[in-house]
Ligand binder design. Structure first.
Ligand code: PLP
Length: 390
């Protein structure tokens, strides 16, 4: 009989909860109207979308549901924030504000938008981080200038899980009249979000990281903040064109409601994560945990094993029925140190032997036991293979 798959890659994506599927189904089968249609079936869909908007608004800590714009994913939310924010400010300032500031540890969704802006003549500075993967507020402050239109700093890093000083950064930007965006794709549903209280202008989230389907996301846009359109059309109050993905939006809303309730269980995940870490550190030599121990997500850990290739480790674990990753899901297969570990100054002989383990909905103590049985042996075996690493 085949073993049950142990899924420990919740930072890559998550299973859709049954309650979410149940909420979505009627909007795929019976209530398939276009929310823009005036008749009853359309209006039923509209009501469902607006209900979901309230659920998402509560999870992110918006002061009003109208501050939520639905998108197709976290990447689109980041693009809308960075491109839409920067272009708008550029136009309003008649070309004077043509700079953005971000960090070296952002997800490719943000890094890609920075690249696009550079190619359009914007300056885009990327500040570094400390050895623990936390960005210093002073470094961001030093990078600001009169031409800075927007600052983008992620809330939680997707690889090492570190949490960034968002409240201080938002205050700094507000003082200078600069737009502040945070990518909260990895923190939503794992720690409490308080967009309005923190004073951020823009905050991106994604459905598939919190037990909703792939292909739906949202951007919190603080009341009064204007963005240039990146997907043209009249939907979402002219902020994002395209007929709403009603069923997925309904599922996203329900998942946000469940995630908000589940925040109280974060300590259980933290306890499982800590047990896993202690076990791996005690059973294996030449290993370290990356990321600031105090300021990080409760659900994940990031190991570096000296002298092995993290991709080989992922394959070895897969053969044992365990899913974990050696880096961000989108760069799987590349044997180069991640840009995040590089920014943290992790030496290549450690950085290349990385393993991210992330727990979530459905993770159990038995999953941790299976990992603790398999991982030290897998590392040992790989170390016996002649090394081709630096
Ligand atoms: N931002 C971060 C921090 C992420 O981890 C991810 C996905 O891994 C994204 C953005 C992109 O989200 P999506 O996959 O919904 O486009």
């Amino acid at each position: 009989m085949s073993q049950r798959i142990v899924y420990l890659d919740h930072n890559a994506t998550t299973p859709v909860r049954p309650e979410v599927v149940e909420a979505m189904l009627p909007y795929l089968t019976e209530h398939y109207g276009n929310p823009g249609s005036a008749y009853g079936m359309g209006q039923r869909a509209r009501k469902a979308v607006e209900h979901a908007r309230e659920q998402v608004a509560r999870l992110v800590g918006a002061s009003d549901a109208s501050e939520i714009v639905f998108t197709s994913c976290g990447s689109e939310s980041d693009s809308l924030a960075l491109l839409g924010g920067a272009w708008q400010r550029y136009d309003e300032s008649k070309g004077r504000q043509n700079g953005v500031v971000s960090t070296r540890i952002e997800h490719d969704a943000v890094r890609g938008a920075l690249g696009l802006l550079r190619r359009r003549g914007f300056s885009a500075a990327e500040v570094g981080c400390g050895a623990g993967g936390v960005v210093r507020v002073d470094d961001v402050a030093a990078a600001l200038g009169d031409s800075t239109a927007l600052v983008s700093v992620m809330h939680a890093n997707n690889e090492v899980g570190t949490l960034q000083p968002i409240v201080e950064l938002a205050a700094l930007c507000r003082e200078r009249g600069i737009l502040f965006h945070t990518d909260a794709v990895q923190s939503a549903g794992k720690v409490e979000l308080k967009a309005a209280e923190w004073g951020v202008d823009l905050l991106a989230v994604s459905g598939h990281k919190l037990n909703a389907p792939k292909g739906v996301g949202a951007l919190y846009v603080r009341k009064g903040v204007r963005l240039a359109q990146t997907v043209t059309g009249k939907q979402e109050k002219n902020r994002r064109g395209g007929t709403e993905n009603v069923a997925s939006i309904v599922g996203f809303g329900r998942a946000c409601e469940l995630a908000a309730r589940g925040l109280g269980h974060a300590e259980e995940l933290r306890a499982l994560r800590d047990r896993l870490e202690r076990g791996v550190l005690s059973k294996t030599a030449g290993v370290r945990v990356n990321g600031d121990a105090a300021s990080r997500l409760p659900n994940c850990t990031h190991f570096s094993f000296e002298g092995i290739d993290g991709h080989h480790l992922v394959v070895a674990l897969d053969l044992e029925g365990i899913c974990a990753s050696s880096g961000p899901a989108c760069s799987t297969g590349a044997s180069t140190p991640s840009h995040v570990l590089e920014a943290m100054g992790v030496e290549p002989r450690y950085a290349l032997g990385s393993l991210r383990v992330s727990l979530g909905y459905g993770s159990t103590g038995a999953d941790v036991d299976r990992m603790l049985d398999a991982l030290p042996n897998a590392v040992e075996k790989l170390r016996r293979v002649p090394a081709s690493l630096p």
